[in-house]
Write a protein that binds this ligand. Structure first.
Ligand code: AMP
Length: 397
């Protein structure tokens, strides 16, 4: 359980409360195409408004690299948030983020008012955890609330630096929920505990595999990373994604699984394509028998059955990473089959953000999962067993 102070432990009446949110939502032509991160933030904001705080919200959006980029302004978020909260969210347009405009907007606030600052990454110091910007943010508020789980694995000025200059620093409801769900699943799982890992590369999930092997009963591997395992075992992987330098690591993990008594499942068949395109010619081949001019793009039908079977009796399931190139509809079946099996399961089902969350939502299974994390990178680092700097910086209980 989270051992940090939360918004339930403080009194914000009449206080200026800086809330670090994760409003990094996808925007196309100024329109928000997925507002999950906005709706996920509402309980914290509603509570602080009801308690009479003066809310100063901040967030990053995309990668403007330290300068104002109009297409990455948070203005559309202020507009949509006003509608969702049913009250005006004043947008403090300000290329300095904490410049004259922002200061004036904050000075004019009454209890229960809400101001949203401009994209924190308009300032070059943000991602460098620069002291000047952290101090400026801190100067706006009496209390700091970090509710941005999606950036909790980064030590930036607006989520970590700022805490050095504010006396009271707590976490919000979203952060509390994310940490409790992921933490409970991993550290106190109902067994059998099954984890599914997919995605492009083994190299980006080394510590996750290693850490989870100490915790799970079954570890299922899919996606591009499975070909490095297949290659390591002497299989032919054709043009598939392969990280030869990690073949030895792959064998070490297979051995570790054996020693720990973990059921380690690798694909038994593969959908192979002669081109990295949705219209490519495809064939189903046995794992490790991919022709030279073909590449693995999804798990095969037999593997889908084996994996769905392995999920049947599970009591806790954690999933991070697609089983294939799911962005192309013809290569999405493996990823869909996992989403479907999880949706049908009675287990505690947790989706570790990113592509798997997008896939589950796209397929309409969102409400069938116990918890869908709002942070891909952060949940992955959490699954690695790392302490997240954004959480560590909050006051202890
Ligand atoms: P990651 O960010 O590591 O979770 O990887 C997600 C990406 O892996 C997605 O964009 C998928 O298209 C890609 N991916 C999954 N399986 C494969 C594969 N067999 N070949 C190439 N890319 C893959």
């Amino acid at each position: 359980m989270l051992n940090k102070k939360t918004i339930d432990d403080i009194n914000v009446k009449g206080k200026r409360v800086l809330v670090r949110c994760d409003f990094n939502v996808p925007l196309i032509d100024g329109k928000i195409t997925d507002e999950t991160r906005l709706t996920a933030e509402l309980p914290t904001l509603q509570k602080l408004i009801n308690d009479g705080g003066r809310l100063i919200l901040c967030s990053h959006m995309g990668k403007p690299k330290g300068e104002p980029v109009p297409t990455l302004s948070l203005a559309p978020v202020a507009k949509r948030l006003s509608e969702l909260l049913g009250k005006e969210v004043v947008f403090a347009a300000d290329r300095e983020v904490v410049g004259e405009n922002a200061k004036a907007a904050v000075a004019a606030m009454k209890d229960g008012d809400v101001v949203l600052l401009e994209n924190t990454r308009y300032r070059v110091e943000e991602t460098k955890n620069g002291e000047e910007f952290a101090k400026e943010l801190a100067s706006l508020c009496d209390v700091f609330v970090n509710d941005a789980f999606g950036t909790a694995h980064r030590a930036h000025a607006s989520n970590v630096g700022v805490t050095k200059y504010v006396d009271t620093c707590v976490v919000g409801y979203l952060m509390e929920k994310e940490i409790n769900f992921l933490g409970n699943a991993v550290d106190h799982p109902k067994r059998p505990f099954v984890a599914i890992l997919g995605g492009a590369k083994v190299s980006s999930k080394l510590s996750v595999i290693e850490n989870l092997l100490d915790k799970v009963d079954t570890l299922i591997i899919g996606g591009g990373m499975s070909y490095t395992f297949s290659f390591a075992q002497g299989g032919k992987v054709g043009k598939s994604l392969l990280e030869k330098d990690f073949a030895e690591y792959a064998l070490k993990m297979i051995k570790k699984a054996e020693e720990k008594g973990v059921n380690f499942l690798l694909p038994v068949d593969t959908l192979a394509a002669d081109d990295f395109s949705n219209d490519a010619n495809t064939m189903i081949v046995k794992a490790g028998e991919i022709p030279d001019d073909y590449e693995g793009v999804d798990i095969g039908p037999e593997t889908m059955k084996v994996y769905a079977d392995a999920l049947k009796d599970a009591k806790t399931i954690v999933w991070n990473g697609p089983m294939g190139v799911f962005e192309m509809p013809n290569f999405a079946k493996g990823t869909e089959s996992i989403a479907e099996a999880m949706a049908a399961s009675d287990a505690i089902t947790i989706i570790g953000g990113g592509d798997s969350a997008a896939a589950v939502n796209q397929m309409g299974f969102g409400d069938k999962m116990t918890h869908i994390s709002t942070g891909g990178g952060a949940s992955l680092e959490f699954l690695e067993g790392k302490e997240l700097p954004g959480v560590a910086a909050a006051d202890d209980k």
